[in-house]
Design a binder for this molecule. Structure first.
Ligand code: CA
Length: 424
């Protein structure tokens, strides 16, 4: 089915700068506030934020199943509760309203002035009230690198890895939007075998380059979602920096897995790009060998070609790009992750967030964490300002960006940018 809103020939009557992540083919959703406006549901074209609350009040969103509370609210959850068809229809309506040649709104200057806000006057907020957060571990290159470093290069993948989309339940309360600084976490560490553990600021603070997807309401407890149904339960995606305290993690993770080393913060980009908008960039995944179990088999394209990069910006210095990766490197795709997550009858809810796991590619330039880039601290990275990094230092800002490009159309996620402050 061709989605008209994805037509590469579409142009908006809103000016879109070259190389913008937000042409009319994107139409992402987010929550924005200004000095004059409380948080509300927004979209974006070029450098203009579209105030959907005002658009609704002015009558431009008629004959869609939404009411005022769906837009006059501080999360996208109300909107998402209406499900896939409703949110797809909303995106299509916005695409039409802002398309060149469609003048209903364009010709009403007074309305346009109320609806559009320049991005530099808008503060983007956390877009989703996240219920449950699940983190997968689905990049084969990442799992292989970690297994090689900490276990056995000849048996880097654990025996379950090629059979199960491995994951764990994370912490939802500490998911924060781009722009919110974090303090370096403190905790127990055990730097060497001989002595007792110590307590103090994490010394091996790391980022994890990930993407996350957000779900609609799923099925009742006890039922599962198949790979064929998965796309109907996924609203869209954002970029995630799943912060990690490697030294705290190493001491605490046995036997129950990640805990305080992971729960202090996960930062996300503020615009949710819909699965509809990403459809033109869907591609085939890798051959899976051994063949996966029946409930993990899938048809169609569920992987996506999304360029990703990570930069570190020291205080008052130029940024250095330390990673160029791509979401296409995932071994397990979102449909498989969702099918696996629900195969035991676990119910998913509107606003659940599921992250990919660190996205590493096959080459060192594409490794998605400092743990891998500096190979456990043995290969420091040279920064443009002359300094070196093995892990993230205080006052560094970590910036992740992502975009897709095809047929002359580039759509993207903007960025997630987080500054690290010293421990409290
Ligand atoms: Ca992670």
């Amino acid at each position: 089915m061709i989605n008209k809103a994805n037509d590469p020939s579409l142009k908006s009557w809103i000016e879109v700068p070259n190389n913008s992540d937000f042409p009319i083919q994107n139409i992402p959703f987010g929550i924005g506030k200004t000095d004059h406006h409380k948080p509300r549901v927004c979209s974006r074209i070029g450098d203009q934020v579209i105030d959907l609350k005002t658009l609704f009040v002015l009558g431009y969103l008629k004959n869609l199943p939404f009411d005022a509370e769906d837009f006059d609210t501080s999360s996208l959850n109300n909107l998402m509760r209406h499900g896939k068809k409703a949110t797809s229809d909303l995106r299509n309506r916005l695409s039409k309203l802002f398309s060149m040649g469609f003048n209903d709104l364009k010709d009403n200057e007074h309305h346009v002035a109320q609806v559009l806000m320049p991005i530099d006057q808008v503060q983007m907020c956390l877009p989703i009230q996240v219920g449950d957060y699940t983190d997968f571990y689905s990049s084969r290159d990442h799992a292989t690198n970690v297994g090689t470093m900490f276990r056995d290069p000849d048996n880097a993948l654990l025996p379950n890895w090629l059979w199960i989309p491995v994951g764990y339940h994370g912490r939802a309360s500490s998911i924060i939007p781009s722009g919110i600084p974090i303090n370096r976490p403190k905790g127990q560490q055990k730097p060497n075998e001989e002595s007792d553990p110590i307590f103090g600021p994490c010394k091996l603070l790391d980022f994890e380059l990930e993407m996350a997807f957000i779900t609609f309401d799923g099925k009742p407890l006890g039922e599962n979602i198949t790979t064929a149904e998965a796309k109907n339960y996924i609203f869209g995606m954002c970029i995630m920096n799943d912060w990690s305290a490697r030294d705290i993690q190493k001491w605490e993770y046995v036997p129950l897995g990640p805990f305080l080393a992971k729960s202090f913060a996960s930062s996300i980009s503020p615009w949710i790009v819909t699965l509809d908008a990403l459809e033109p960039y869907a591609i085939d995944g890798p051959q899976q060998e051994p063949a996966v179990m029946d409930y993990l088999r899938y048809e169609g394209k569920h992987h996506y070609d999304i360029h990703l990069e990570v930069a570190i910006q020291p205080e008052q210095a130029e940024e250095t790009i330390v990673c160029q990766s791509n979401y296409k490197h995932m071994y397990w795709n979102m449909a498989q992750q969702l099918a696996h997550h629900t195969i035991n009858g676990c119910n998913i809810r509107c606003g659940d967030m599921m992250a990919s796991g660190t996205i590493s590619g096959p080459t060192p330039e594409s490794f998605g964490s400092m743990l891998e880039i500096s190979w456990k601290g043995t290969k420091p990275v040279q920064m443009k300002d002359g300094s070196e990094r093995k892990f993230i230092l205080d006052h560094d800002t970590v910036i992740m960006r992502g975009h897709c490009e095809k047929n002359g159309v580039r759509i993207g996620f903007g960025e997630v940018s987080t500054k690290v402050l010293p421990s409290k």
